[in-house]
Design a protein. Structure first.
Length: 490
C-alpha cells in the first residue's frame, strides 16, 4: 500500500505491555502541564503520544521526561512498545493458565524496549492484535508455553517457529532476536531463527502446532461501566478524536488513588480501561464523568476504528462514514476499520486508503482504495484489493456490500471453512522498492501512479520512466523478492 502522509513527529512514552499505574500517569500529566499541553494521545501499540512543546529545547524536554522513569523517544522511532493482552485480563475470556502475574513476570524481565515489535498475546480474545508485532508470542494450551510467530519487517512474511517458547525465556528470546536483526541478520525461514536460539540454549524441544481459529463475532465492548466476575466494575473510556483532556485525566488519576484503582490499561483502539472499581465507589466515578461531560457510551459504529494520530483528514472521513452508517442503519458489528494515510500494523478487517494520485493541474475530488482481509479475520495478514479509486460518497455503499458478505460468510458449513483454512505454503515473486518497501503487484497494477498502471500489467511491461509511487525510486532499483506465508493457521 502507498500512503499520502508521513508519520507525525511525536514524543512517545512507552507503557510496557500497555499497562501503567495511575501515579505514573499523574506524574506524566504534571510534565505535560508544565510543557503547556492541554491534551495527549494514545497510539495503536498501547503507548502515549504528544507533540513536541515548541517553547522548549530538546535537551530540556529530555531532562524533564527522564524524571518519570518511563522509556521514551523524541523525534525518532528506533524502538517499540511491547504490546500485550494484559489489558484484557480479568474481564475478557482467556486461556485458563494466563493471569495478571503471568504478564507481570514476563514484562518485568525486559530491561529495555526492543528494536523489534513484540506482542505477548492470549489468542482467546479479539481486542488486541495477534500478529501486528515482528515477534508474536501466543499462549498455547500448555501451561507456560508460548507459540512464536516471526513477521519479517522487510516483506511481512509470517513464519511459525516449530518449537514452543518457555514463558520464563520470552524476554531473553525477544532481546536476542531483536539484537541479531538490528545487526543485519535476515530471516527467511524458521531454520535461521532456530540456529540463533540453539546457540543460546533456548530451544525447548516441545512441538505443538498452532491450530486455534478465532470465532467470528463483534469486537468486545470496551467502553462504559461493566461488571467484573468478582462484583467490581471496570470502566472503559474513549475519545473519538483521540485527544484526551489533561484536566480530566488528572482528576481521574486522583480518584484512582482515593478509590484504590491501581492499574490503567491502554487498548490498541486508543481507549483506556480501569479495572477494579468497588461498587461503593460507583457513584463517585459516575459523578466524575458527569462533572467533565464525559460520554462513556458511544455508538458501536464509532469504536472499532484505527485512525492515524493528528490526521484531521482521516478523522473527517471516519466521521462522514459513521454518520452515513448511522443514518442508513448499516450494521458493521464484527468489522474493524483502518483509515490508512501512514504505514500501519495489520489488525483490521477493512482498510481504506486514500489514492495519492491526483493530477496537480486538475482539481479533482479524492478517491480511495478499499481492501479487506481474507475471511474477514482481523489477525490475517492477507489483504485483498476489493475496489480501487472509489469516490467518497460511494464508499458507504461499497462497505455495506462488504458487511453483507461478512455476515453471509457466517452461514458457511464448518467443514467447508476448515477446508478453506487449511494452511498452505504460498510463494510469489514480486518487485519491491528497497527504500520505502512498496511492493509492485501485477495483480493490482498501480492506480496511484501519475500515469495509472492497469491491473494485470507485468513488471517487465511497465514504462521505462516508471517510479515508485511513494518515494519516486526508479524501477531499475526495485528488487525481486519472494513473498509468502509459511505454516500460518490464520
Amino acid at each position: 500500500m502507498n500512503y499520502t502522509h508521513q508519520k507525525q513527529q511525536l514524543i512517545r512514552i512507552y507503557t510496557i505491555g500497555g499497562m501503567l499505574s495511575p501515579s505514573a500517569l499523574y506524574r506524566l500529566i504534571q510534565k505535560l502541564k508544565y510543557f503547556g499541553l492541554k491534551t495527549f494521545h494514545f497510539g495503536s501499540r498501547q503507548d502515549i503520544l504528544f507533540p513536541f512543546p515548541q517553547e522548549f529545547r530538546e535537551d530540556e524536554v529530555q531532562e524533564e521526561l527522564q524524571d518519570l522513569g518511563l522509556p521514551f523517544e523524541i523525534f525518532q522511532h528506533k524502538n517499540h512498545n511491547i504490546v500485550s493482552t494484559f489489558v484484557t485480563e480479568g474481564y475478557l475470556p482467556g486461556t485458563p493458565w494466563v493471569h495478571a502475574d503471568t504478564y507481570q513476570f514476563i514484562l518485568d524481565e525486559f530491561m529495555e524496549c526492543p528494536g523489534l515489535k513484540v506482542n505477548i498475546i492470549d489468542p482467546n480474545q479479539q481486542l488486541v492484535p495477534w500478529f501486528s508485532g515482528n515477534l508474536n508470542f501466543l499462549a498455547s494450551n500448555q501451561e507456560n508455553d508460548w507459540h512464536l510467530f516471526f513477521r519479517n519487517p522487510e516483506d511481512d512474511q509470517l513464519i511459525e517457529f516449530p518449537y514452543l517458547i518457555d514463558g520464563f525465556s520470552i524476554a531473553e528470546v525477544a532481546q536476542i532476536l531483536s539484537k541479531e536483526y538490528t545487526e543485519g541478520e535476515m530471516w527467511t525461514s524458521s531454520a535461521s531463527i532456530e540456529a540463533i536460539l540453539e546457540r543460546h540454549h533456548l530451544i525447548s524441544g516441545r512441538k505443538t502446532p498452532f491450530n486455534f481459529r478465532g470465532e467470528k463475532g463483534p469486537i468486545p465492548q470496551y467502553e462504559g461501566f461493566q461488571r467484573m466476575p468478582d462484583g467490581k466494575y471496570w470502566l472503559g473510556l474513549y475519545w473519538r478524536n483521540n485527544a484526551y483532556d489533561i484536566d480530566f485525566m488528572e482528576a481521574m488519576c486522583q480518584l484512582c488513588a482515593e478509590t484504590a484503582v491501581g492499574k490503567i490499561g491502554i487498548t490498541p483502539f486508543k481507549s483506556f480501561i480501569l479495572q477494579g472499581i468497588a461498587e461503593k465507589y460507583y457513584t463517585q466515578w459516575f459523578r466524575l464523568l458527569g462533572k467533565f461531560g464525559i460520554n462513556p457510551n458511544h455508538s458501536a459504529l464509532e469504536l472499532n476504528w484505527h485512525v492515524p494520530v493528528l490526521d484531521q483528514e482521516a478523522q473527517d472521513l471516519k466521521r462522514y462514514l459513521v454518520k452515513v452508517f448511522d443514518q442508513n442503519d448499516i450494521n458493521i458489528s464484527g468489522l474493524t476499520f483502518t483509515v490508512a494515510t501512514v504505514p500501519v500494523d495489520p489488525f483490521t478487517t477493512i482498510c481504506i486508503q486514500q489514492n495519492p494520485s491526483r493530477h496537480q493541474a486538475i482539481q479533482s475530488p479524492p478517491t480511495y482504495h478499499l481492501y479487506a482481509t481474507r475471511d474477514f479475520h482481523p489477525a490475517s495478514l492477507q489483504y485483498q484489493l476489493v475496489k480501487s479509486s472509489i469516490l467518497k460518497e460511494d464508499l458507504p455503499a461499497e462497505i455495506f456490500a462488504l458487511s453483507k458478505k461478512y455476515f453471509d460468510s457466517w452461514e458457511a458449513e464448518p467443514q467447508l471453512r476448515a477446508k478453506e483454512d487449511t494452511p498452505t505454503d504460498q510463494s510469489r515473486q514480486l518487485h519491491q522498492c528497497p527504500d520505502c518497501l512498496t511492493v509492485y503487484d501485477p495483480a493490482f497494477g498501480d492506480l496511484s501512479a501519475p500515469e495509472p498502471v492497469a491491473e494485470g500489467t507485468p513488471f517487465e511491461a511497465l514504462p521505462d520512466d516508471y517510479c515508485c509511487s511513494l518515494c519516486q525510486n526508479p524501477m531499475d532499483n526495485f528488487i525481486l523478492r519472494s513473498f509468502s506465508i509459511q505454516n500460518s493457521k490464520v
